[in-house]
Write a protein that binds this ligand. Structure first.
Ligand code: ATP
Length: 649
């Protein structure tokens, strides 16, 4: 963010926020009450009618009168003045505790919610331990050790509240972190902290405010309690808790004395809660319609742990040659820890994408296409890892890369476009802001230069009237335009390889063609390599030089797209092509492949497709099937592949 952006907030923005706040009684009323209390408390020296200790024994325990608006206590001291003087300490105490809680808990919750891993495990266990400490005993010890210092007590309360707040922030971050725009921001190379601050924090601010309000109320009550039992502010200095204690001692003589102090504490607590709720609702309204939380993609539950049979080495299989390889996956197996044990999600996947080339991954849902793309992006889900094989990018083995090295690579060398353009863009910001942020992640540019580059990117993705679009929010543009914008964001770092995971699935047919053509044009102009993940043969036909067909975690056939589509060798490829709805004859039912893709962990020992394959022979189920090259341009994982070719030639 530029100095201009971070410096003095725009007056018109402040005015807008103020107008919005004042229009809502649920915010305006508690806010006015609290502001008046703050003014009265911190301005007590000038505003209070009497000094806090000035006693008038002739007017002890008097009710409200013109002279003493809220009456007097048993020493004839003015209750209103004492409440005003005592308020400053009360608000200061609340501020100390709650600021400590927020300053520690919010960043920690954000970071562990996004990063997970060992830090998450350590902090969560530490939180469990801290939460089991009996707070009241600790408070009494601290008050004894620090000469009844309320500051020390508030520091302890603040620290003891950290675990609770951290858990709330962490679990909200986990939810928001699953949204595609957050994944997209991470893939564009933004560090965890920047993603947290720019894309997660604004979404969970409402929740944090509600919990902060509750923490304020909790601290108010605890601080009043400590003062009431005489362990905090020492009499005759005024405090709300001390005044409650005084009132309780004189209840038999005057019930009234409890009313102003008790009422003030109750009104303050209620105002804090209503204000927190009101602000949360205001922020929630801001989000409604802008983005719909996308549920995490449904994952098929892994079946009972069946150890994946060792697949023979596939060195003998030469995948289609790719000139100037930018990316090379060699025999990559991704394994995930599940409740049923370690399960392979993809097995022995090899692929190469050369400069200026497009390789397509095609297959039914659940075959492992996305997992292959995520392995290449270094973005495997928690618990999943590359358990064997290598991933090379620009000739460098990235297997041992740490988070910082991946960050440097993502968005720069490799970029990602997802299937949900609308949710890949953070709805809170304008297109211009999102593009400027993406551009400045990779290049040191002034705001003006970044705007020019953002405009250039919009032109590159063929968006008409880029100046107008820069000022719009994602919710104000169509799905097709949003996909163009997310491609522009991906191009901001001038990537060498772009992974496009079903980039046209959410779009209508005409727009799909436009997006595919756009990607091809960009690729021709920039020489970028493209890994296109799709279940749509039309997209593969239109965009890809080479097609890899995946089934149940394995590459089952590969070759030049034309050959794969016109002379498929693997029975699965043939049936997948036949099931293409656009090839079905009018009036004829669309052929389907009976059965379903076996889940990871339930793959059979032999050919993964055997159960669904009408051409199955005994050899298919006896041992793992290797990927072989039975002919020019033909790579297949089928025992019948060679025979097939002989028959057809
Ligand atoms: N974190 C995970 N833990 C366990 N299994 C997972 C996990 N993530 C994905 N899977 C499983 O891995 C398999 C491959 O998933 P993947 O998303 O790569 O399939 P896909 O071919 O891209 O399908 P789709 O087109 O539906 O995304 C699926 O069976 C999925 O259920």
């Amino acid at each position: 963010m530029s100095a201009q952006e971070t410096s003095m907030p725009d007056v018109s923005v402040l005015r807008r926020v103020l107008r919005r706040v004042l229009r809502r009684p649920r915010i305006a009323i508690p806010a006015v009450i609290l502001v008046l209390e703050l003014i009265a408390s911190f301005g007590a020296r000038w505003l209070a009618p009497y000094p806090p200790q000035q006693a008038d024994f002739t007017a002890a325990l008097a009710g409200p009168s013109a002279k003493h608006l809220l009456g007097t206590d048993r020493l004839g001291r003015d209750v209103l003045s004492r409440l005003m003087y005592g308020g400053a300490d009360t608000f200061r105490e609340i501020a100390i505790a709650v600021v400590i809680t927020l300053v520690i808990a919010v960043p920690l919750g954000l970071v562990i919610g996004l990063r997970r891993g060992p830090l998450d495990a350590v902090l969560m266990r530490t939180a469990d331990v801290v939460m089991s400490i009996p707070g009241i005993i600790l408070l009494l010890i601290v008050l004894a050790l620090f000469a009844q210092s309320m500051t020390a007590a508030m520091v302890v309360i603040g620290l003891l509240s950290v675990p609770g707040m951290m858990r709330v922030v962490r679990s909200a971050t986990l939810t928001v972190g699953r949204e595609t725009y957050v994944a997209a921001a991470r893939v564009s190379g933004l560090g965890t902290w920047r993603v947290a601050r720019r894309h997660v924090l604004p979404r969970i601010t409402g929740l944090i405010l509600v919990n902060a309000a509750l923490a304020c109320v909790g601290t108010l009550l605890i601080a009043s309690g400590i003062n009431a039992i005489g362990l905090g502010v020492k009499p005759p200095a005024p405090s709300w808790g001390g005044m409650m204690a005084d009132a309780s001692q004189t209840l038999n003589e005057s019930v009234w004395l409890a009313v102003p102090t008790g009422g003030l504490i109750a009104v303050t607590a209620a105002a804090l809660i209503v204000l927190g709720d009101g602000l949360r609702d205001m922020l929630a309204e801001r989000w409604s319609g802008a983005s719909v939380a996308v549920p995490a993609r449904r994952r098929r539950a892994s079946g009972p742990a069946v150890a994946a049979a060792a697949v023979p080495e596939s060195d003998d299989a030469r995948l289609p040659a790719e000139p100037n390889p930018v990316v090379r996956l060699t025999g990559v197996t991704v394994t995930a820890d599940t409740a049923a044990g370690a399960v392979d999600l993809i097995s022995d996947v090899s692929l190469t994408v050369g400069q200026g080339r497009t390789v397509g991954l095609v297959g039914e849902s659940g075959c492992g296409k996305s997992m292959t793309g995520l392995a290449l992006l270094g973005l495997l889900p928690n618990g999943a890892r590359v358990s064997s094989g290598t991933v090379e990018i620009d000739g460098v083995d990235v297997g041992s890369f740490d988070a910082a090295q991946w960050r440097a690579l993502r968005g720069g060398t490799i970029a990602f476009v997802s299937q949900e353009p609308m949710v890949a863009l953070d709805p809170l910001f304008t297109i211009g802001h999102l593009l400027r942020e993406a551009v400045r992640t990779h290049e040191k540019l002034s705001r003006k230069q970044a705007t020019l580059r953002a405009r250039e990117l919009l032109t590159q993705v063929q968006i008409p009237d880029p100046d107008r679009v820069l000022k719009l929010h994602p919710s104000q543009i169509s799905g097709g335009m949003a996909q163009r914008v997310s491609i522009a964001v991906a191009l901001a770092g001038r990537p060498r390889i772009l992974v496009a995971d079903e980039p046209t699935t959410a779009l209508d047919v005409t727009v799909q063609r436009e997006i595919v053509q756009l990607l091809r044009t960009i690729q021709r102009d920039t020489g970028m390599a493209l890994l296109m993940i799709s279940h749509d043969w039309d997209v593969i036909a239109e965009a890809c030089d080479t097609a890899l067909v995946m089934y149940a975690g394995q590459v089952v056939e590969a070759g030049p797209t034309d050959r794969v589509m016109t002379a498929p060798v693997h029975p699965y490829t043939r049936r997948l092509l036949a099931a293409n709805p656009r090839l079905a004859a009018v009036g004829e039912p669309i052929p389907t492949i009976p059965g379903t893709v076996p889940s990871p962990g339930q793959w059979p020992v032999g050919c993964h497709f055997a159960d669904r394959c009408p051409d199955r022979v005994d050899r298919c189920t006896q041992a793992p099937i290797a990927l072989t090259q039975p002919g020019d341009d033909v790579v297949a994982r089928c025992v019948l592949a060679g025979e097939e070719l002989e028959v057809s030639s």
